[in-house]
Design a binder for this molecule. Structure first.
Ligand SMILES: *Cc1c(COP(=O)(O)O)cnc(C)c1O
Length: 515
């Protein structure tokens, strides 16, 4: 006779009924997104509910769901709304949510083992290789995000490119397997990393974590189109070699977060090969433009990099979080990360037998089954539907840019061939600080009134409204709406500026966020 285990539903019928209701509510919620504000502030009574202490006793799960429905559901970040274009968030394909739910139900950990979940992740990696025209011989790993991908890639680069006979400056009687044993300090190697000054800040974190030091991430100036200055790059590498440093890695951007700029990827590839550097491409969102024949020439060289990161939770519209690191040479990740322990060693057959151990390809041992939502969504829609959505985003941003260009009171400050455009409200004779104040005010009104959610950045010292369209729910009329709102709010705030005189009315600060 089994006893009822704790933490299981006391009544499976109750569990089933709540699940059906949740799925019904999900469908209503997603079908009605456009009617709701993009964002709204969390009221004080709701905030107070999140300060309640640890529950000592349980409550019916339907009541917990009710609390979710009233305190969490109405107050999200907003990125599933058709008019959200802030930072670099994605919109979330509905069917993928079922993949996430089922991943939690079967609750596999994806470190190693001979089971179907491992095979699904392997298959998703292979699908991404095909989608991005990456060589099939390579390897890969799904990660939480591109930030984790960058640090993993740089760690692999460091092991792959470490001087083979790094002289140890520390006396030791232990046998050494090289850089991984000796570490950076004892090996006496000071690595340097190169990328444009528009490179994402996750690379700063990576070089810091790896002990390379942020100072040795050389941020190379960019040209007028925010692409790396190749001459300055070559000079920086030469100077570092002359100084006895060890150039390690060159980063190419396939879509910078600020403006969507694409570095000359093939030229960078050639420089990396000449200089024997690891070539890493940050394609966090831009890599997916490989799906468009029109854009492949712009990304030429991407598929020959040593490593590439792409965030499926951005321009492949997957729910957070899922990103992929692709590596050109098989075995490189294992060379950097494999570690043996008796309790995790594999066996020839049975549940531990599988040729790939994802835990040997990165930092994480326990890993969630994030591949399943991707598998669900790609099987349901097929890659062609994703390519169409990406092409539509490119066309929408081109439409926005053309309308901004045509408007006398708007200035297009930067636009990319991808899905990013930066613009601002302008008027004749506007003082720079007044223009910045008005544009901050416009953005703040758009965001806090829940009208639309672009974000902002600063380009050439100017505060600009930034749109990054990773949203499969957007259509061009949403951008017509945005332009109408920006112009109307802009005219209002400009009038207030002018009547307030040179000091201007107090500016408002837009909400913070991260890319
Ligand atoms: C978003 C982004 C990153 C960081 O990715 P996360 O998934 O947020 O960790 C890195 N590079 C670029 C260009 C990005 O847009």
């Amino acid at each position: 006779m089994h006893t009822d285990p704790p933490l299981e539903p006391a009544d499976w019928e109750e569990f089933r009924a709540l699940g059906k209701r949740i799925v019904d509510d999900i469908a209503d919620h997603l079908a009605g997104l456009r009617e709701r504000p993009v964002w709204q502030p969390v009221p004080e009574d709701v905030r107070a509910s999140f300060r309640a202490g640890l529950p000592a006793k349980g409550m019916p799960m339907a009541d917990v769901y009710e609390e979710f429905r009233t305190t969490v559901l109405p107050f999200p970040r907003g990125n599933i709304h058709p008019r959200f274009w802030g930072w670099a968030n994605g919109s979330g394909v509905p069917v993928a949510a079922y993949g996430d739910l089922l991943a939690s139900v079967i609750n596999c950990t994806l470190g190693s083992g001979g089971n179907a979940a491992m095979m699904v992740e392997q298959q998703v990696i292979e699908w991404l290789q095909q989608a991005l025209r990456w060589p099939a011989a390579g390897s890969g790993l799904l990660t939480s995000g591109a930030s984790m991908g960058q640090v993993t890639a740089l760690a692999a680069a460091r092991v792959a490119k470490a001087p083979s006979a790094a002289p140890s400056t520390m006396p030791s009687t232990e046998p050494s397997a090289g850089f991984r044993d000796e570490g950076a300090v004892a090996s006496g190697v000071q690595f340097t990393v190169y990328g444009s000054e528009e490179t994402h800040h996750s690379v700063d974190k990576a070089v810091e974590l790896l002990g390379i030091g942020r100072r040795f991430f050389r941020k190379v100036p960019v040209d007028r189109d925010f692409r790396i200055d190749v001459g300055a790059l070559r000079a920086a590498i030469r100077a570092d070699r002359d100084a006895g440093l060890h150039p390690l890695c060159l980063i190419g951007n396939a879509g910078t977060v600020n403006t969507g700029a694409i570095d000359p990827l093939r030229t960078l590839l050639e420089i990396a090969r000449e200089e024997d550097l690891w070539y890493h491409v940050d394609g966090a969102f831009g890599a997916f433009a490989q799906l468009l024949p029109s854009h492949r020439p712009l990304l030429d060289g991407l598929a020959e990099a040593d490593s590439l990161v792409c965030d499926l939770h951005k321009w492949l519209y997957m729910p957070f979080d899922v990103s992929c690191l692709l590596i050109r040479s098989e075995g490189v990740l294992e060379a950097a990360f494999s570690s043996s322990a008796d309790y995790i060693s594999s066996t020839a057959a049975g549940p531990s037998a599988y040729p790939v151990a994802f835990s040997d390809r990165g930092v994480e041992q326990s890993r969630r089954f994030r591949a399943l939502k991707v598998w669900f969504a790609l099987k349901t829609h097929g890659i062609g539907a994703f390519a169409e959505a990406i092409a539509a985003n490119v066309a929408q941003v081109a439409h926005l840019a053309a309308r901004v260009d045509a408007a006398g009171d708007l200035e297009l400050v930067a636009r990319s061939d991808l899905n990013v455009a930066c613009f601002r409200y302008v008027w004749p004779g506007a003082a720079p600080d007044a223009a910045d104040r008005v544009n901050r005010g416009i953005l703040s009104r758009l965001q806090t009134e829940g009208l639309a959610m672009p974000s902002h950045t600063v380009l050439d010292g100017k505060f600009v409204i930034r749109v990054a369209d990773n949203n499969h729910r957007t259509d061009v009329t949403d951008f017509d709406f945005l332009i109408a709102q920006v112009r109307a709010i802009g005219a209002e705030l400009r009038a207030a500026e002018e009547s307030a005189g040179p000091a201007g009315p107090a500016g408002t600060t837009p909400t913070a966020g991260g890319c």
